[in-house]
Write a protein that binds this ligand. Structure first.
Ligand SMILES: Nc1nc2c(ncn2[C@@H]2O[C@H](COP(=O)(O)OP(=O)(O)OP(=O)(O)O)[C@@H](O)[C@H]2O)c(=O)[nH]1
Ligand SMILES: [Mg+2]
Length: 314
């Protein structure tokens, strides 16, 4: 999360707390308190990165390289053809999602057959620091993935560099939401199967052929056993480091965009709320109600012009 987004969330939470204090307890502002709470919740959601591509294009390998370690509980997800969503958690957790249920399961259960339960997706929580800034979905190559694409913010499309980028791939990617064109990476895997000259040629061809669809093309060796030994100690190869850096850039651009939208919504909520505040009646016997209104008015007026770049509302 960028500093700008964090500051806006803190400011929203501070404003909501203040509007809930007895000194600011104006009944007409119950909508405002709820709106501020919802806005902070929405802004706190990390972006969702979805990894897609044709069969055996290296999706799972790339997903594992995007987080520092391959810690997927293979006993649970082996031989399945369903999306796996990774998210940050302080300890490993696994849940199965069916059409109408979410069931937490033991990640070490070796006998669980997911087909018995009509499982549609798996959610895995991992204590993996990189997952603090994004959720990651590894997808099967078959099935309708439009719903997953719709709920995702950043697309990683994998293609095998030895036969990269077919007409079928282009057609599939063109079906995805247009917003991906600024926040997607084409990852050509199996770079280790090509000579240095071939790598240059493939990169040049992919850059030319896909400039309208992806923000970047990256060539990588994604399989665990072709990584240099240092990777085991947690150091990414230069190719993987370049891919991670590109993803970090897209995530931070996403957060900045979300921060700007969040600031706009905050100003709008404050302006609408100002209109619902009761008039201050100087002759009223209820001076306490007047003071509450004045305080709420002052706070909402500051929020109505809020921008994280200039001020902190506390
Ligand atoms: N040599 C080499 N092998 C790779 C590379 N990336 C993936 N592989 C291998 O290719 C095979 C398929 O890789 P996966 O990561 O499972 O591919 P996938 O797209 O997830 O496959 P599906 O989910 O079955 O569609 C595995 O044996 C990987 O080890 C790579 O960059 N180089
Ligand atoms: Mg896979």
């Amino acid at each position: 999360m960028t500093a700008r987004l964090e500051l806006t969330i803190q400011s929203i939470e501070a404003a909501r707390r203040q509007l809930s204090l007895p000194v600011c307890d104006v009944a007409d502002l119950s909508f405002t308190r709820l709106a501020l709470e919802r806005l902070a919740d929405a802004l706190r959601r990390v972006p969702c990165v979805v990894v897609m591509g044709e069969v055996n294009s290296g999706k799972t390998s790339v997903a594992n390289r995007l987080i520092a370690s391959s810690v997927l509980p293979a006993a649970v997800i082996a031989n399945t053809a369903i999306p796996v969503r990774l998210h940050y958690a302080t300890s490993v957790s696994v849940a199965m999602l069916t059409a109408d249920d979410r069931r937490v399961i033991d990640p070490l259960d070796p006998v669980l057959d997911l087909e018995d339960f009509n499982v549609e997706a798996i959610e895995v929580g991992l204590p993996e620091p990189r997952l603090k800034s994004f959720d990651l979905i590894d997808t099967p190559s078959k099935g309708d993935l439009t719903a997953l694409a719709d709920e995702s913010d950043i697309l990683i499309w994998c293609t095998n560099a030895t036969r990269a980028w077919t007409e079928t791939e282009r057609r599939k990617v063109m079906e995805f939401p247009a917003r991906f064109r600024r926040s997607s990476v084409l990852v050509a895997t199996h770079a280790d199967a090509l000579s240095a000259e071939e790598c240059d040629r493939v990169l040049e061809r992919l850059n030319e052929a896909t400039a309208d669809l992806f923000s970047t093309v990256v060539l990588v060796s994604a399989a665990e056993d072709v990584l240099p030994p240092l990777q085991v100690a947690g150091h990414a190869s230069p190719q993987i480091a370049a891919l991670q850096a590109r993803l970090d850039f897209l995530i931070s651009r996403f957060s900045n965009r979300r921060a700007r939208v969040g600031e706009q919504l905050l100003r709008r909520v404050a302006r609408m709320s100002l209109k619902t505040l009761p008039e201050i009646d100087a002759n009223s016997a209820n001076q306490q109600a007047n003071r509450e209104c004045e305080l709420a008015h002052a706070l909402l007026s500051r929020l109505a012009n809020y921008t994280a770049l200039h001020r902190r509302v506390a």
